[in-house]
Write a protein of this length. Structure first.
Length: 103
């Protein structure tokens, strides 16, 4: 199992970001072929005080081939274009291997 992780710093307009993410972006992401699970977490703090980041989205795929195929698909390109349009300044993307599966 692998995942695509998107970590967001606090957006300039939190309400506009939230509305766009929930109403437009997440539905686009859910259309990506091979997506096993979308998990979104909003940070509320850290052991040393405030959280460094605002939110994280984790998109799970069976393997690297499925992940890269999803990104190259029309649905993946639509989601990527949308992401850059509303969150390009505050998003950081990474790929990771899932070494423990709890679901």
């Amino acid at each position: 199992m692998v995942k695509l992780v998107a970590i967001y710093t606090t957006p300039e307009d939190v309400q506009a970001f939230e509305n766009h993410y929930r109403e437009i972006h997440a539905p686009l992401v859910r259309k990506m072929p091979g997506l096993k699970k979308l998990e979104v977490s909003q940070f509320f703090g850290a052991p040393q005080g405030d959280a460094r980041y605002y939110m994280m989205a984790e998109m799970y795929f069976a393997d690297k081939d499925a992940l890269f195929a999803a990104l190259k698909s029309a649905e993946g390109k639509d989601a990527g274009k949308d992401l850059m349009g509303f969150a390009g300044k505050c998003v950081h993307m990474m790929f990771s291997d899932v070494t423990e599966e709890n679901f």
